[in-house]
Design a protein around this ligand. Sequence first.
Ligand SMILES: [Zn+2]
Length: 325
Amino acid sequence: MKKYVSFLCLLGLFSFTITAISFGAKPKVIKTLIVDGQNNHDQWPKVTAMMKQFLEQTGLFSVDVQRTKYTWNGGALVNQYKISGVPATTDLPKSKMDSSFHPNFAAYDLVICNFGWNAAPWPAETQADFDKFIKNGGGLVVIHAADNSFPEWPAYNQMIGLGGWGNRTEKDGPYVYYDENNTLVRDTQAGRAGSHGPQSEYAITIRNPNHPITKGMPLTWMHTKDEMYDRLRGPATNMEVLGTAFSSKENKGTGRHEPMLLTINYGKGRIFHTPMGHVDYSVACVGFITCLQRGAEWAATGKVSLKIPTDFPTATQSKSRIFTE
Ligand SMILES: [Zn+2]
């Protein structure tokens, strides 16, 4: 009997040790780089600071920022949310290529693009390096107006799947949406790419609840006030629509369900793209934050360990977090 008890004790100690080891094992930190500097949205420096904080809060990411030398818009916010080591804004009225912009992408697991409409093209060598980084399995997150950027860079259009503005039309690929029968449509008819009605709160409908990013989310949840991009077009290859929002004609929309959560595969790389995130109150949405964190983890690793938070929005109520530096 005594022997049996000590055996049980030993077994207990053994499994306790194993559990402690597996719980104590820290997951590998995801080395992340946010790139920004040229964006038609004045709040881009604040949005970068918010994303950096929301990602680092999880304990899963370490986030650096690399900014173009010639920044524009953002004015005072560039200084308020100045990233150490980043040159002060020159606030050029127009986009100007920064020939020195050449991040060491290979040193990271994940890149987040916070460029915007009319951003100057990156130098050819930087583009080629970035292409190689994604093809080799690097992760990418694309938010809001970053899908307006670089319309003449074919690889970038492949990576983002769908884009808007920048003279994009049917020449750049189909307009992808869900119709009233919940069928995914790839519309190749002639037309513009990118528009939006006035900002509003809107509901996100999950189209694939089994993807690591969306698993466990309510099938419908309310997003805080934001622009709702519509009529996005692009190559849309190796792309999956995980979530949509209904663009109502009453709100100057299309009467269609527009893609809001997208994944794309490019080479060995994974991309998470959301057209949400116009300004600070859109990015402070708990739904947006959760999608950003989980989308980033998925893009970097192919898996998601981050849980759906308890303050996640419901079908009828949006939820926000307060951002303080
Ligand atoms: Zn916007």
